[in-house]
Design a protein around this ligand. Structure first.
Ligand SMILES: Nc1nc2c(c(=O)[nH]1)N[C@H]1C(S)=C(S)[C@@H](COP(=O)(O)OP(=O)(O)OC[C@H]3O[C@@H](n4cnc5c(=O)[nH]c(N)nc54)[C@H](O)[C@@H]3O)O[C@H]1N2
Ligand SMILES: Nc1nc2c(c(=O)[nH]1)N[C@H]1C(S)=C(S)[C@@H](COP(=O)(O)OP(=O)(O)OC[C@H]3O[C@@H](n4cnc5c(=O)[nH]c(N)nc54)[C@H](O)[C@@H]3O)O[C@H]1N2
Ligand code: SF4
Ligand SMILES: [Mo]
Length: 713
């Protein structure tokens, strides 16, 4: 029997887990690591199923190649030979932009894909780079980029010190927190209460978090920007604006006051569904206590995602709670993202068909199907998906799935043959989380304490590590063929990393791969640590609570916080038009998450699916009566984009006028190899998500607040 201490790579919470294996290297137990410096024993059902994931017989262990429409298992050599035969001619004949990339969420939880994926994407040099970011947090990068100059400088709520937490569009008791790395959310929220503080939730659903909170406001979807502007309006109207020490670091305070003028509590109340008196009180409470405003998916994947994301931080600034203990603070991770600390720019290129602007190096995935379907120069003819399942996770998924069939060539770097990878010509699998080292490069940038924890691989891998896969593909797209010298490419990447950070690559000794890069980044980082120090600390190192970072963190051209950044302000007229409209009474669709699911890809694990799938459309009793829907009956849900049928769950958890279906389901497609998921398929909510509905500045999809019609079947 052996015990390993690992950091869970499945969500943003970075819990420390203790994995027990028997003599046959079977995982016999997974539990929370009581000694982990950050999570102190916390674990959720997903973390507990790490063993089930590792042992899942459907998880791919060899490359698959499609021959005459059927997948066959092949050697790595055969897989790369096929790629080398088919991919370079597309690049040569049609140019770099003819090959698109879609990078999915698990890649951000995987150092091999984070550190070496970018090497591949750079070598490809395509403008057609897409990722899950444009169905997720892109508006937050946009607002951080324009306000603070760095799209990665995202302030997080200082959960352990705040006394008043206003949560909009997040359900951290279920999601375990996002853009806020904080294991054991429940314990930390309880801490706020114990300090005499208060938690307020703004969400169209009475979620678990809303039930736990002191106060819940069931907002009408897509109207957060109106509510937030009204809060700003009240702060100015009642002379509650007090940015404190930030006053010396601000531009645009007067502009914000002026912009907020039309958004009085009385004006926004009928649209948001929140009383003017409540809005005034919420604003006063934000100003009077050590408070922080925090917004997540419900504020980003909606029609005014960028404005809402911006106003969250405007409120934190106006109340003096940005960069202050108990407010919204900038983490300082042990490994800093390398390189480009130049002022943020958007729209450096545009998508070919719809002319949508590039943001943080990517185009909105809502337009990927357009780029594949529309002939002409620059048409996408090949696609590489890396740890992504866009056929379940992106809008008008039915259209995208059909478009993928038109591609000349497709590669999926993925651990399952699923709804997306079934369209590929070649699937390249990677090791399980227990067979690779782990370090939460991305999420320590968003952590509510400054933490670092290195996890060595628990078990040897029969599969190549994914950094090698990325470099093999890099070699092919760089014209070096399938036999490219991976070690030489890795040396080059390490030398570049060292050079950019003013280090000598030899400092990292004879390490290779991600371990060498992490060691170099640690050496270049703000704390006096190396990878050897982390290796000697299996339960992690704690560098303490967050510290103020303004002005050092700012990277705007002015060197100040831009409180009214021009590209965001340019979208305010659209919001004013929204304010002028009378409230429609049609139904809108929102999403939801469940504790035992992880977007689209963990439904194949028995322990997580026990009790059947939870994929229903939730409908308020008043709407159900009006529409003739019955609990347990079947409903059709129709939008401009598509149609689906789903069981009805009548519940007053959702507000009237709102229906909710979780995303990530719809596993009953031909040709996938996920037996458990197929037996509990649910429906793909993104069949009705409308790819033409976007948050205009960022191009992020509207996945919450989609107009739909619901009828009994
Ligand atoms: N309607 C609606 N749609 C949504 C959302 C919503 O709230 N509502 N949420 C959006 C959000 S926030 C996100 S992040 C996206 C997620 O969108 P995606 O990232 O496209 O989807 P995932 O479900 O995370 O799928 C991840 C894929 O990675 C594979 N995978 C898992 N582990 C590994 C690994 O170690 N290596 C490799 N190579 N592959 C691996 C899985 O098999 C799966 O195919 O969905 C978005 N879509
Ligand atoms: N168990 C589990 N955990 C997960 C995931 C998972 O799939 N399952 N996915 C992970 C990923 S990739 C992410 S990005 C995070 C997301 O983390 P969260 O954002 O915390 O997760 P959600 O449950 O999607 O919460 C969004 C909330 O917004 C509400 N909402 C919808 N529309 C609106 C609106 O217009 N305004 C407001 N104010 N609220 C609205 C929804 O009702 C929902 O409760 O979760 C991560 N953690
Ligand atoms: S909360 Fe997230 S990191 Fe923690 S055990 Fe669950 S899935 Fe893993
Ligand atoms: Mo996400």
């Amino acid at each position: 029997m052996t015990t390993a201490h690992v950091t869970c790579p499945l969500c943003e919470a970075t819990c420390g887990l203790e994995v027990t294996l028997d003599a046959n290297q079977q995982v016999t137990r997974v539990q929370g690591d009581e000694r982990d410096v950050f999570s102190r024993g916390y674990i959720c059902p997903k973390g507990a199923s790490l063993g089930a994931l590792h042992h899942d017989p459907d998880r791919l262990t060899t490359p698959l190649l499609k021959r005459d429409g059927e997948f066959v298992e092949v050697s790595w050599q055969e897989a790369y030979d096929e790629i080398a035969r088919r991919l370079p001619p597309i690049l040569e004949q049609h140019g770099r932009d003819a090959v698109a990339v879609y990078a999915g969420n698990p890649g951000v939880h995987n150092i091999a894909l984070t550190l070496y994926g970018r090497v591949l994407y750079k070598a490809l040099g395509t403008k057609n780079f897409y990722s899950a970011t444009s169905v997720d947090q892109l508006p937050k990068h946009y607002s951080a980029g324009t306000m603070f100059g760095d799209p990665l400088a995202i302030p997080v709520p200082d959960l352990d010190r705040t006394r008043h937490l206003l949560i909009l569009g997040a359900n951290p008791l279920v999601s375990n927190g996002s853009l806020m790395t904080a294991p054991d959310i429940r314990g930390r929220l309880r801490g706020i209460r114990e300090r005499g503080g208060k938690i307020v939730v703004v969400d169209p659903r009475r979620t678990r978090t809303a039930q736990f909170a002191d106060e819940h406001h069931a907002i009408r979807p897509g109207t957060d920007a109106l509510l937030l502007f009204a809060l700003v309006n009240v702060l100015f109207a009642e002379n509650l604006v007090a940015p404190g020490r930030l006053a010396d670091h601000l531009n645009g305070l007067g502009d914000v006051r002026e912009l907020a003028q039309p958004f009085t509590p009385e004006a926004v109340a009928p649209r948001t569904g929140i009383d003017a008196a409540d809005i005034r009180r919420m604003a006063r409470e934000l100003a009077s206590d050590n408070a922080v405003v925090y917004g997540r998916i419900g504020t980003t994947t909606q029609a005014f995602g960028t404005i809402a994301s911006w106003l969250v931080d405007v409120l934190n600034v106006l109340t003096g709670h940005l960069d202050s203990p108990g407010g919204a603070m900038f983490p300082l991770a042990a490994c800093q993202p390398t390189g480009n600390r130049r002022p943020f720019a958007v729209g450096r290129w545009r998508s070919r068909v719809r002319g949508l602007p590039e943001v943080v190096g990517e185009l909105p995935v809502a337009t990927l199907a357009d780029e594949i379907e529309t002939p002409g120069e620059g048409q996408v003819r090949a696609l590489i998906t890396v740890s992504g399942n866009p056929c379940l996770s992106t809008p008008n998924a039915g259209r995208l799935a059909a478009a993928l069939e038109d591609l000349d060539f497709m590669i999926s770097v993925d651990v399952y043959l699923n709804e997306t990878s079934r369209h590929a010509d070649v699937i390249l699998p990677g090791p399980s989380p227990l067979e690779r080292p782990h370090f939460d490069l991305a999420f320590y940038q968003l952590s509510i304490r400054n933490i670092a924890n290195w996890t060595p691989a628990t078990l040897p891998s029969a599969l190549p590590q994914e950094w090698e896969t990325m470099l093999r593909l890099t070699g092919i797209v760089a014209g070096q063929g399938p036999e490219a010298d991976v070690a030489a490419l890795d040396d080059f990447v390490a030398a570049e990393t060292a050079r950019r950070n003013g280090l000598d690559v030899a400092d990292a000794g004879d390490r290779t791969g991600p371990a060498r890069l992490v060691d170099l980044l640690l050496r270049a980082g703000p704390y006096d640590v190396t990878l050897a120090d982390l290796e000697a600390a299996p339960h992690g190192m704690d560098f303490g609570p967050l510290q103020p970072r303004i002005p050092e963190v700012l990277c705007t051209a002015s060197g100040r916080i831009e409180l009214a950044p021009e590209p965001v302000v340019a979208d305010v007229p659209r919001l004013r038009e929204e304010l002028a409209k009378t409230a429609e009474d049609g139904l809108v669709l929102i999403g939801r998450r469940h504790l035992s699911s992880n977007n689209s890809w963990m439904h194949n694990l028995e322990p997580l699916i026990r009790g059947g799938n939870r994929c229903t459309v939730q409908v308020h009793p008043a709407d159900a009566t009006r529409l003739g829907l019955t609990d347990g009956g079947l409903a059709s849900v129709t939008s401009r984009a598509g149609k689906l049928q789903v069981p009805v769950e009548v519940t007053d958890e959702v507000r009237p006028g709102v229906v909710s279906i979780p995303h990530g389901w719809g596993h009953d497609v031909d040709g996938s190899r996920t037996r458990v998921a197929r037996a509990n398929p649910g429906v793909n909510s993104n069949l009705v998500a409308d790819e033409t509905l976007l948050d205009v500045p960022s191009g992020t999809s509207v996945l919450n607040g989609i107009p739909v019609e619901v009828a009994p079947v």
